[in-house]
Design a protein around this ligand. Sequence first.
Ligand SMILES: Nc1ncnc2c1ncn2[C@@H]1O[C@H](COP(=O)(O)OP(=O)(O)OP(=O)(O)O)[C@@H](O)[C@H]1O
Ligand SMILES: [Mg+2]
Length: 516
Amino acid sequence: MTTFALRTLVVDDSSSMRGLLRELLRERNYEVTAVGTAEEALQAHIERPFQLMLIDWTLPGMSGLNLCRTVRSQPSGQDVMILVITGRNKAEDLRAALDAGASDYLSKPIDPDVLATRLLIAERAISEAARRAEERRDMQSRLAFADRMASVGTLTAGVAHELNNPLMYVLSNLRLTREEVDLRQEPDWPERVKQQLDEAIHGAVRMQHIVRDLKTFSRPDDDQRGNVDVSSVLDASINICWNEIRHRATLERDFSRTPPVDANESRLGQVFLNLLINATQAMPERKVSENRITARTYTDDAGWAVVEIVDNGTGIAPDRLTRVFEPFFTTKAVSEGTGLGLSICRNIIRDAGGTIEVQSELDRGSRFWVRLPASTRPYVPHTTKAPPRASTSVRANVLVVDDEPLIGRSIRRALREHQVQVFSSGEEAIERLCADEPFDVVFCDLMMPEVSGMEVYGRVAARRPELASRFVFMTGGAFTPEARAFLEENPLVCLEKPFELRQIRDLVAERAGPAD
Ligand SMILES: Nc1ncnc2c1ncn2[C@@H]1O[C@H](COP(=O)(O)OP(=O)(O)OP(=O)(O)O)[C@@H](O)[C@H]1O
Ligand SMILES: [Mg+2]
């Protein structure tokens, strides 16, 4: 007997048949409505849809088969289970009933045992359809959630970029003031002011690191790959979710040397982030000090880089362990997870030629580890060695073009012993650069509205080729594909904002002198 009251409609013009069916169905706890015509049936169905219909083929007015077709054409009409009752039993008649949309048929005279079997089949189909509909709804809300998260990611990229410009001049001005305080040694600069400046610099440097970590994740998801240090990426991932982790668990970093791997930094960061968040979310409610996560990197016997995230959380039951990498497999609420995390991780790691594996014990914890082959690309270190500081104090001729005027001003202050001209428009900078003056260094923002840094370079290099090698680009980190290609084609120095005063001073000192 069913445990749920199926909303059932009987459509038969014979009142004795209606009575019989009503009785048989009520024995199974169904909620039964019985009508004599197709028109009444439709009316009742539109008012409140039925899950099951038993329809007599031959009805006065609209026939049973037409009723079938009409019900199927209604919204959610496919979800109704329809049994057509008929005295006909020729194959073509039955096919006509199925073609009209019937799910099954019942022969007259009705045999209660046959009816019971047919109803059992109907019940199973209805609960299966309900389960599938539930899954569909769940999937839709998870997809919507994933989409929302993706747009948050896109927004973050823009925010990180926007933060770099103010950070650049906040840091430069603080450091310059700090330098002046030290140089002047005036008694009216109390220790307190130095301390305040140091703390403000400390705060700004922290923001600089947050922005750098966010940028690791917001690089465009193209196929840009390179020699990547897994420990730095893991570090950035930890920093990004540090706020989630620290309230739930203690984290230990156990980093050893690993070979650089050939992978996309942002995608790798996404993998580690998901593993870290999964570990955090697997922590039971207990003292934070008892919840432990270890983030480990090392080189295995095959010379591959390994990243391991180990937790002492809830663990995963053996029957679920085989499913965790399936898309949409999740044990979390919609707002906590989409179930896409590990399946995306596996694809990313596969693309990079590596493997991701799991070991877990219920109530003891889990260990996920990623193995990546060592890169075979020639290793190009990220940071170029600082050029030796020139000892002679040559007065250099410098031009700065950045659409953010405060950046230009802070660079001018940092280079006050040099001759510095600042422009916030690419057009004006081109005009000045193409006049006959010599320039030792041209600091040029890459991404500017109106005339971009690339255009400034192109137009100046065409008119005064001797200035081409004097260009140093500055960037807040947002690259269009065009800008990326430009930098690959033109091996020019590119400084990432916010850069240090030392970097621009050393560059100017190095380049001051006759143009080559
Ligand atoms: N460290 C872990 N400890 C316990 N269970 C885990 C751990 N990592 C993953 N799982 C289980 O695997 C499931 C799938 O993980 P996955 O990262 O694919 O999706 P999710 O975390 O549920 O959602 P999403 O990552 O999309 O936000 C989780 O719902 C959880 O049941
Ligand atoms: Mg996850």
